[in-house]
Design a protein around this ligand. Structure first.
Ligand SMILES: [Cu+2]
Length: 222
């Protein structure tokens, strides 16, 4: 929700992209990387404020009460998953493809291709925690189909301390940013049986192996 009450008529406001014009690896604009060019790639949307044309029937933000977010039940199982990049044999530091996969109990990656057999098979109505181990040098926006999930938190791979979700991650999400070197934990209830996918939402990644199928099994198959 955007409140333009105190914005003068004829003002022009821009929604901007503060991410870099290159692969994003986390951190703050200016401090850790140069933001996208504000004259071109940094511009996402322009708001041109005009005089009111009819009665404003919207609720003032101060009077809004948002519904509480129901907590998910305890996870039936934890799945260790992985985000990987396959390095070129010819150009150091240049990945040839990005891959999802699993992570072994000891914490090493098993990258898998799109066509490899399904490894994630939650049972209908079960709640699971998925731990996304990002073994790459880049951040990846990970999107899970089928339903919304809750972000539980993050911790560096190999470190004991976890950080809570960011302020903007309090509600149900369908995409979460997995930062390089982090384990990002999400919790999700799978309430419709069938075949779905989870994938990185960077088009060049998802179309180059960073997508995997998963299968929600009917209840009776347990
Ligand atoms: Cu990606």
């Amino acid at each position: 929700m955007l409140d333009f009450t105190s914005v003068p008529v004829d003002a022009e406001l821009y929604l901007v992209n503060e991410g870099p014009d290159e692969a994003y690896g986390g951190g703050e604009p200016v401090t850790d990387f140069m933001p996208a060019n504000p004259m071109t790639t940094g511009q996402v949307m322009r708001f041109a404020v005009v005089p009111l044309t009819s009665n404003d029937t919207s609720t003032p933000p101060s009077q809004l009460t948002l519904p509480a977010i129901p907590a998910l039940p305890t996870s039936r199982r934890i799945r260790k998953l992985s985000l990987n990049e396959e390095d070129s044999a010819y150009f150091p530091g240049a990945p040839t493809m990005a891959m999802l996969g699993t992570t072994t109990p000891s914490g090493s990656a098993t990258p898998l291709m799109w066509a490899d057999p399904v490894t994630e098979t939650p049972v209908k109505n079960d709640t699971e925690t998925w731990e996304l181990y990002n073994f790459t040098g880049d951040a990846h926006p990970i999107h899970v189909h089928q339903g919304g999930f809750q972000v539980i938190g993050r911790q560096a791979i190999g470190s004991g301390t976890s950080s809570p979700p960011l302020p903007g991650e309090a509600g149900y999400k369908d995409t979460v940013i997995a930062l390089p070197g982090d384990i990002t934990r999400i919790k999700m209830r799978f309430d419709i049986a069938g075949r779905y996918v989870w994938h990185c939402h960077i088009l060049d990644h998802e179309d180059n192996e960073m997508m995997r199928p998963f299968q929600v099994l009917p209840r009776s198959s347990r």
